[in-house]
Write a protein that binds this ligand. Structure first.
Ligand code: BDR
Ligand code: CA
Length: 309
């Protein structure tokens, strides 16, 4: 079977870590590189977490560090969700893995310039790196197969009443990506809130007893405690892994091709995504928005993938 070439732009991050484990475990994906964004925690921490994850599971993958700050604002992070390091209490093994000397934007441009086939770009953090890349090298857009993005919401926000975290951190960047003309598959909270892991499912993952299982357990458990304390939920949504799960098994999801816009001016709504399911605005439809998931199939995929590492 032909592998799907991808680049992952991420900010690990508890759920980014699970997305990376899913990607590492599935040989149908050909990971051409990882670019790191600032978001859940400072860029130095997201980069260190990425380096150690790659060092532990597939040290051949190249990693480039990305922008330290959003395009026009100061950075907002989420240590309350992901812990100070970005990975809760998880301590990843040290690694000798080195970073690329190119920064994320130059690294992306190099991979895309050199490729003869189109590459899918998965984005699981604020979109600063990708927006700066699109502004700097618009001619390389045609080398992108599509963006598969975790971000946005039509069901209320998780950082403000209106805005989802990844969009809120750099809404101007998100706006550039949504207007880029590149094909987009969007995993907003609409779908990711239903991609949850129950406590007993998490214990089943823990019982695998490997390094990957320990890391997955620690990362998910940290987020679970946050969701319990903050929202009284007994389960934890796996936002970012939905992107990889979609690439592995599209028919696990349902969605609709619609217009998605980003609110940049509202007093209370900065970073809100307008997801026009009913075509009220009569705008060009720029994204396939996923809004349903076969959760049981997703959990099986997660379990089997972690077990295979
Ligand atoms: C998104 O925000 C981050 O905290 C998560 O890693 C995910 O990418 C969910 O809103
Ligand atoms: Ca993330």
């Amino acid at each position: 079977m032909k592998k799907i070439p991808i680049i992952i732009d991420c900010d690990p991050g508890c759920d980014d870590t699970i997305a990376l484990l899913l990607a590492f475990a599935n040989k149908s994906l050909d990971i051409r590189g990882i670019t790191v964004s600032a978001g859940n925690v400072h860029i130095n921490n997201t980069t260190e977490n990425t380096r150690r994850l790659v060092g532990a599971f597939n040290s051949k993958i190249k990693i480039a560090k990305g922008c330290e700050k959003p395009m026009f604002k100061t950075i907002v992070t989420a240590p309350e969700v992901h812990g100070e390091s970005g990975l809760g209490e998880v301590v990843l093994p040290r690694t000798e893995k080195e970073l690329e000397t190119l920064n994320a934007v130059e690294f992306l441009s190099k991979i895309l310039r050199d490729t003869t086939e189109k590459i899918t770009v998965v984005i699981t953090g604020p979109m600063t790196n990708i927006a700066v890349f699109l502004m700097t090298y618009p001619e390389l857009k045609e080398k992108i197969e599509k963006f598969v993005i975790m971000g946005g919401s039509s069901i209320g926000g998780n950082v403000t009443p209106a805005a989802e975290f990844n969009i809120y951190v750099d809404a101007e960047a998100a706006d550039i990506v949504f207007k880029s003309g590149v094909e987009i598959v969007l995993c907003p909270l609409d779908v990711t809130m239903n991609a949850f892991v129950e406590e007993e499912e998490l214990l089943r993952i823990k019982s695998i007893g490997t390094l990957a299982a320990d890391i997955a357990f620690g990362a998910i458990n940290h987020a679970l405690n946050f969701y319990k304390d903050t929202y009284g939920r007994k389960n934890v949504p796996m936002h970012d892994p939905c992107t990889i799960a979609y690439l592995l098994k599209e028919d696990m999801f349902e969605g609709k091709k619609v217009f998605v816009g980003t609110e940049l001016k509202g007093e209370f709504t900065y970073g809100e995504t307008i997801i026009d399911y009913n075509d009220k605005l009569k705008q060009p439809k720029n994204a396939l928005v996923l809004n349903k998931i076969n959760r049981e199939a997703f959990i099986e995929m997660l379990y089997n993938s972690i077990k295979s590492l």
